[in-house]
Every structure is written in C-alpha cells, then in structure tokens.
Design a protein around this ligand. Structure first.
Ligand SMILES: O=C(CO)[C@@H](O)[C@H](O)COP(=O)(O)O
Length: 209
C-alpha cells in the first residue's frame, strides 16, 4: 500500500511519484547480482532487458550496466525526469526501454518515443505473473505502431497462445510471457508459436506498407 501522505504530483497531475521508501510493486524479484551471475554463466550472447518495476529507477542504472544488462526499461510513472534518465542509460552503454502501466495513456509516452529503443505497454498491472490479459490495452499498441513504425513495442502480462494474435495484429514485436510458457508441457513449442505469430504479423505489415 502506498503512503498517500508522500504523494507528489507532477505537472500533468496524472502520475504520482512514490516516495523512496515505498515500493513500485508489492513484491521483490532479482537484482543486479543475479544479472551478473547469469551473464557469467551464459556468456555475451543473450540479450538482457531489465524491466525495472522499481521506485527511483535512477539508482540502478550503473549497477545493471556493470552487471551486463543490454537494455534498461523503466516506468514512466516512477521518475520525475525521464529525459535525464534516458541520457544516463545511454551513457552507461545500454538501450532504453520505457514502460507504461495500464492506467497511463500513450500520450504521455509519445514525447519520448523518438529517444527510446523500446516501448513497453503493460497488459496487466505490474507486480505478479498469472494475471488476465487486458485486451483493452491493444489500441495503445496499435497507435504506437502507426506513429512509430520502427520502434520496438513490447507487451507484458497474460500473453500466451490464446492472446498472442491480438498483440501481434496490434503491432507488438516483443513479447514477455511467463505462465503460458512455464506451465506448458512443451515450453519450446509455445515459444516458437509466440515468435512465429509476431514475425508473420510484422512481415505482413512490411508488405502492406
Ligand atoms: O512481471 C510481470 C507483471 O509484473 C510480468 O512479466 C509477468 O511476470 C508475466 O507473466 P505472465 O502474465 O505471462 O504470467
């Protein structure tokens, strides 16, 4: 639960920036020591995109870069100065991802779209796996794809074989999928399916252009 006394509204009065002692999401996942260890185990090939569901994302840029992250994705709702953070991420040699929660409209992300590598449209409230896919986020994906044809657009939350077509048709080309893969008896085939549906949709878009 966020401490409402620490609420601080920004100029457009839609977000509030959690106080440093509150959590952006209510649970804890792994941090840069695990990233460092994975990098050592897996070598330089895997692309590590760090989705930072944290308050004050500024504080983890350098540790994540040193640990071997390739892309640093932060939440627009969690920072007061996205421009400075984007600059810092780049100066630390990483690509930039910018995420929005379901309640945040794309118009707040749009001004930054030309400065980032990837836009992440959350299709659940951040925090937990296994939630229901929010189809009503697809217009955001579609709008971003129309406005920024070459931007990487990711969806995250409730994405699996039943929902991937909606994501791909709307224009997503990067997918986060947890439960659908982990709970499958054949994870490889689920991964291949998700990949293929996205590639086919992207190919069709490029032919239509
Ligand atoms: O971290 C989050 C939500 O905060 C997501 O990345 C989920 O973990 C994706 O898992 P599924 O929704 O696919 O189970």
């Amino acid at each position: 639960m966020l401490n409402t006394k620490s609420k601080k509204y920004c100029s457009h009065r839609h977000f509030f920036y959690p106080h440093q002692n509150t959590h952006f999401v209510p649970n804890i996942t792994f941090g840069h020591p695990v990233v460092e260890s994975l990098r050592k185990q897996l070598g330089q090939d895997p692309f590590f995109d760090m989705h930072m569901m944290v308050s004050r994302p500024e504080q983890w840029v350098k540790p994540m870069a040193v640990a071997g992250a390739n892309q640093y994705t932060f939440h627009l709702e969690a920072t007061e100065n996205p421009g400075a953070l984007i600059k810092d991420i780049r100066e630390n040699g990483m690509k930039v991802g910018l995420a929005i929660k379901p309640g945040t409209t794309v118009e707040y992300l749009a001004p930054w779209a030309n400065q980032i590598d990837m836009a992440l449209v959350m299709t659940v409230e951040p925090g937990f796996g296994g939630q229901k896919f929010m189809e009503d986020m697809m217009p955001k994906v579609h709008w971003l794809r129309t406005q920024f044809p070459s931007l990487d657009i990711e969806v995250d939350g409730g994405v699996g074989p039943d929902t991937i077509h909606k994501c791909a048709e709307a224009g997503a080309n990067m997918i986060v999928s947890g439960s659908a893969i982990m709970r499958s008896e054949d994870p490889r085939s689920v991964i291949n399916l998700l990949r293929n549906v996205c590639s086919e949709a992207a190919q069709k878009r490029s032919l239509d252009r």
